[in-house]
Ligand binder design. Structure first.
Ligand code: NAD
Ligand code: 0WE
Length: 256
C-alpha cells in the first residue's frame, strides 16, 4: 500500500525532466497519488505532456499561467468535475525578469519587483485559495524556496525578497487553513541544475561552493527533494505545518 494511495494532487511547475516539480511528482506518484499537471504555456505543453503521460493516458493536463486568475479557476473547476476533491498541491514556480538577477538589487525596477512577487509569491496564495474548497478531507500544500530568502546571495536580488515573502506566506496560509486540516510547508532546496538555474552566471561555482562548504560535502540530488516532498505530503508529517524544511546538505547551519 502506497503512502499516498487514493490521494489526488495537482502539480504546478514542471518544465522538463530536470524540474524539481518533476522529482517530487514522481515520488508522489510512486506512492499511489493520482496527479494532474499544469504547464505555463504552449511552449512547454509537449514536454509536460510527455512526462505526465508516463502515469497513463487519462492524466489531466491543463495550461496555467499562475498570474492569470481565469486560468487558475479553470484548472480547479476541471479538478472538481473529474475528481470532486483534492489532497495535494505542489507549487514549484518562480520567475523574475532576467535583468533583475544581474547587477544591484538597488536598481530593481518597480515592474520587475511586481512581476517577481506576482509569479513567485502571490501565486501560492491564489492557488491555495482555489484549492482549499476542494481539500475537504484535509490536504498538504508544498512550495519551494531558497536560502536567498534569509541571507544575501549575490545576484539573487529580488528573488530573495520574493522568497522571504513566500516563506512568510507559508506561515500565514498555514494559520488560515489549519482548522481545515490543510498543511502548508516549504522545502528550502540547495542549488539544483535546472532550467531556472542554468544561465545564472556563476551557478556552477555555486555548486562547487556547496560541495566544499556544506556539512555533507556534496549537492542535493533531485530524488532527495522528492523524498522530502513525499514525507511532507504524507501522514507522517500530519503535525507539521507552516515550516521551512532545509534540504541543502546542511549548508544553512554554517556561519562560514
Ligand atoms: P524549473 O525551471 O524547472 O521550474 C520553474 C517553473 O516555473 C517552470 O516550470 C516554469 O514554467 C514555471 N513558471 C514560471 N513562470 C510561470 C508562470 N507565470 N505561470 C506558471 N508557471 C510558471 O526550475 P526549478 O529549479 O525546478 O524551480 C522550481 C522551484 O524551485 C522555484 O520556485 C525555484 O525558485 C525553486 N528552487 C530552485 C532551486 C535551484 O537551484 N534550481 C533551489 C531552491 C529553490
Ligand atoms: O529560484 C531560483 C531561480 C529562479 C529564477 C530563475 C530565472 C532564470 C531565467 C527566477 N527567474 C529567472 N528569470 C530568468 O529570466 N533559484 C534558487 C536558482 C538560483 O538562481 C540564482 C541563484 C540560484 C541558486 C540567481 C542568482 C544567484 C543564485
Amino acid at each position: 500500500m502506497g503512502l499516498l494511495e487514493k490521494k489526488v494532487g495537482v502539480v504546478f511547475g514542471v518544465a522538463n525532466k530536470r524540474s524539481i516539480a518533476w522529482a517530487i511528482a514522481q515520488a508522489w506518484a510512486r506512492e499511489g497519488a493520482h496527479l494532474a499537471f499544469t504547464y505555463q504555456g504552449e511552449r512547454l505543453k509537449e514536454n509536460v505532456a510527455e512526462l505526465a503521460g508516463t502515469f497513463g493516458t487519462d492524466t489531466l493536463l491543463m495550461p496555467c499561467d499562475v498570474t492569470q486568475d481565469d486560468q487558475i479557476q479553470l484548472v480547479f473547476n476541471e479538478i472538481r468535475k473529474r475528481y470532486g476533491k483534492l489532497h495535494l498541491l505542489l507549487h514549484s514556480v518562480a520567475f523574475a525578469p532576467r535583468e533583475a538577477l544581474e547587477g544591484r538589487f538597488l536598481d530593481t525596477s518597480r515592474d520587475a519587483f511586481r512581476v517577481a512577487l506576482d509569479v513567485s509569491t502571490y501565486s501560492l496564495v491564489a492557488l491555495a485559495r482555489a484549492a482549499a474548497p476542494l481539500m475537504t478531507e484535509g490536504g498538504s500544500i508544498l512550495t519551494l524556496t531558497y536560502y536567498g530568502a534569509e541571507k544575501v546571495i549575490p545576484h539573487y536580488n529580488v528573488m530573495g525578497v520574493a522568497k522571504a515573502a513566500l516563506e512568510a506566506s507559508v506561515r500565514y496560509l498555514a494559520y488560515d487553513l489549519g482548522p481545515q486540516r490543510i498543511r502548508v510547508n516549504a522545502i528550502s532546496a540547495g542549488p539544483v541544475n535546472t532550467l531556472a538555474a542554468r544561465g545564472i552566471s556563476g551557478f556552477l561555482e555555486m555548486l562547487k561552493h556547496y560541495e566544499a562548504k556544506s556539512p555533507l560535502r556534496r549537492n542535493v540530488a533531485p530524488e532527495e527533494l522528492g523524498a522530502t516532498g513525499l514525507f511532507l505530503a504524507s501522514d507522517g508529517a500530519a503535525a507539521i505545518t507552516g515550516q521551512v524544511i532545509y534540504v541543502d546538505c546542511g549548508y544553512q547551519i554554517m556561519g562560514m
